[in-house]
Design a protein around this ligand. Sequence first.
Ligand SMILES: Nc1ncnc2c1ncn2[C@@H]1O[C@H](COP(=O)(O)OP(=O)(O)O)[C@@H](O)[C@H]1O
Ligand SMILES: O=P(O)(O)OC[C@H]1O[C@](O)(COP(=O)(O)O)[C@@H](O)[C@@H]1O
Ligand SMILES: [Mg+2]
Length: 341
Amino acid sequence: MNRLGILTSGGDCPGSNAVIRGAVLGGALTHGVEFVGFRDGWRGVLEDDVIPLPRRAVRGISRLGGTILGTSRTNPLKADSPAPVSDSLQRNGVEGLIAIGGEGTLAAARILSDAGINVIGVPKTIDNDLGATDFTFGFDSAVQTATEAIDRLRTTGESHHRCMIAEVMGRNAGWIALHAGMAAGAHAILIPEHRVTMNQIAAWVNSAHARGRAPLVVVAEAFVPAGRDAPYSPRGLDTFGRPRLGGIALLLEQQLQDLTGIETRATVLGHIQRGGEPTAFDRVLATRLGMAAVRAAAAGEWGTMVSLRGTDITTVGLEAALGTTKSVPVSRYLEAEELFG
Ligand SMILES: Nc1ncnc2c1ncn2[C@@H]1O[C@H](COP(=O)(O)OP(=O)(O)O)[C@@H](O)[C@H]1O
Ligand SMILES: O=P(O)(O)OC[C@H]1O[C@](O)(COP(=O)(O)O)[C@@H](O)[C@@H]1O
Ligand SMILES: [Mg+2]
C-alpha cells in the first residue's frame, strides 16, 4: 500500500488536525504510506478536490482548532451509488480512505465499505454520542470551553442576583450539558435523555435562590420539556435535511421567570463550543487515533473504526459503531441530580 486519502466530515471538532498529523506521521515514519487530503469531506472526493499531505503539511497542526482540510455535510451517496467515490479514489491513485466523522459520516463509510471500498473510520464529534468508543475527541475541548463560559455566566449572575441559563450543544445527547454542568456546579442540568417538568426546574431554581445563590441552569439544545413532543428547532433544516437545534434556553428564560419571579437571562453558547484549540487530552487521543487508523489500514483492517476502550486504542467493526447512539445513562443523570437545587 502506497497512498491513502483522508477527510474530515460533519461538524468540525477540536482535535481533527491532530488525527490528520498522527495519520500522516505514522504513515511516513512507520508504514511507508503517503497521504492526500480530500477537502471539505465527501465533497472533495466527489469533486476531485485533493491536496498532497507530505510530512511538512502537518507540521505543528495538533494544537490548531478546526480542520486544515475543511469539512461539509455533503452526502457521498447522493447518486444512490458508491461508484462516484470509488471512481474518484481510483483516479487519484488512493488505495484506501480514512474518514474522520461522526455517526453520519461513519454510516456513509459503512455503506461504501460494504460496496468494497477500503475505508477506516475515526470517531469524531463534540457530542460524545458515538457507541463503541469510550470518548470521542473534541468532547473534552467542548466541555472545557463550555465550562469556562458557564463560570463567566455565574459571576455576572451572582452580581445581579439573577438566574442564568446556559445552553450547550448536543444533537440528541446530553453529554456536554452533563459534564460542563457538573464541572460548573449547576443547580439544574437538563438533557434530552431525561424528562423534567417546568415545575421541577422552577423548584431547583427557587431552592438555590432561597440559599442566596444565583441559580444556574445548564440545558442541552435538544432538551424536550415535559409537555412538548420534539426538540425546539425554529431554524429550518441543515444541509442533510435534519432540524437545526438551538434556542430552547430562550423559551425556558421566559417560562422560568414567570414561574419563579426571578429575573432570568439565557445564553446560547452555540459554535463557540466547537471552535478553538483542543485540550491536551483531546490532542493525545486524536493523535493516537490517527496513528491507529493508518496502522489498521496497513494491516488491511478495512471496514473498521478505531476506538478508545479504557486507555487502549483498538479497532471495532463499523457496524458496532453505528448500532446505537451513546446516550447519557439514567444512573449518570440521577447521580448529578443529587446535587441540584
Ligand atoms: N445515514 C446516512 N447514510 C449515508 N450518509 C449519511 C448518513 N447520515 C449522514 N450521512 C452523510 O455524512 C455527512 C456527515 O454526517 P453528520 O451527521 O452531519 O456529521 P457527523 O458525521 O459528524 O455525525 C452528512 O451530511 C451526510 O452526507
Ligand atoms: O454545524 P451545524 O449545522 O450548526 O450543526 C450543529 C450540530 O453539530 C454539532 O455541533 C456536532 O454534531 P456532529 O458531530 O454530529 O456534526 C451538534 O452538537 C449540533 O447539533
Ligand atoms: Mg453527530
